[in-house]
Write a protein that binds this ligand. Structure first.
Ligand SMILES: NC(=O)c1ccc[n+]([C@@H]2O[C@H](COP(=O)([O-])OP(=O)(O)OC[C@H]3O[C@@H](n4cnc5c(N)ncnc54)[C@H](OP(=O)(O)O)[C@@H]3O)[C@@H](O)[C@H]2O)c1
Length: 254
């Protein structure tokens, strides 16, 4: 999927990785980027800076009304970047039911229903979907286990969508990012990748139609461990992640 000349919708585009993705899409030649935000007014200064190819749209991914309105207003969309996410911190039994359900609404059901709403447009143009997932959806998250569970569910849906939509020429890619220097990970004490780097590498893999991408140094370390230490990843994922974080810190100090 070439980004040049395409129209792309990005969810959660008002800050963090979503904003970096919107900027990188424009830099790669997208003709239009629909920038989804719960409050599109927050995109005012960004639009002034990036110009009229950035089109703010109101989109709370958990809102059926918003999803319906976006599918109508953005009928020319070629591709979707499903980026919006919620990552509550706290041990699993300390995360109350309402927050567990909200996390799954934002990270799983909202994205799934958005793909369903946009599927006619995506299919008619042989478009593409990029899911911004996390290492938490692949191995484990010690600090945000409910988030990890929701991202694991998102990963399985993305894999199934990749298979189902391939028949219509729609490519689905999943990016498993490590720790990012954004608001979401502000309390994470480990070395973090820049959202700009992760946006660039995720989009390059999307253009190359890869199923999965590991878009930063820590993600690469985890990918390698999954390939070489699979037994440990299955039996003792927390211990594996602890040792990999220690290796990341050593590397950052060197
Ligand atoms: N930060 C990390 O370490 C990290 C690591 C791996 C993967 N990721 C993934 O990267 C993606 C972006 O995260 P980030 O690091 O940029 O986090 P962030 O700075 O907290 O930004 C989260 C974005 O999601 C939006 N959002 C939250 N709930 C929404 C909803 N119901 N509908 C629409 N938008 C909603 C937020 O909008 P508001 O401004 O309205 O709240 C914001 O734009 C997420 O999918 C996350 O899981 C992050």
């Amino acid at each position: 999927m070439q980004i040049t000349g395409r129209t792309v919708l990005v969810t959660g585009a008002n800050r963090g990785l979503g904003l970096a993705l919107a900027e990188a899409l424009l830099a790669r030649g997208a003709v239009k980027v629909y920038a989804g935000a719960r409050d599109p007014a927050t995109l005012g200064p960004v639009r002034q800076r990036l110009g009229e190819r950035l089109v703010p749209v109101r989109l709370d991914v958990t809102s059926p009304d918003d999803r319906r309105a976006v599918a109508e207003a953005c009928a020319d969309v070629d591709a979707l970047v499903s980026n919006a996410g919620l990552a509550p911190a706290g041990r699993v039994l300390d995360t109350d039911e309402a927050l567990c359900r909200e996390t799954f609404e934002v990270n799983v059901f909202g994205p799934l229903e958005l793909v369903r709403a946009l599927a006619p447009a995506l299919r008619s143009r042989s478009g593409a979907v990029l899911f911004i997932n996390s290492l938490a959806g692949l191995v484990v998250s010690r600090s945000s286990p409910v988030y990890g569970a929701s991202k694991a569910a998102q990963r399985m849906l993305a894999m199934a969508l990749r298979e189902q939509l391939a028949a219509d020429g729609v490519v689905v890619t999943t990016s498993h990012a490590g720790f990012l220097d954004t608001e979401m990970a502000k309390d994470v004490p480990y070395p973090k990748a820049s959202p700009e780097q992760v946006a660039e590498r995720s989009l390059a893999a999307w253009e190359a139609e890869q199923a999965v991408v590991f878009p930063d140094r820590f993600a690469e370390m985890v990918e390698r461990a999954l390939l070489t230490r699979a037994r440990e990843a299955l039996d003792e994922p927390q211990r594996l992640m602890t040792s990999l974080v220690a290796a990341l810190e050593r590397e950052a100090r060197a």
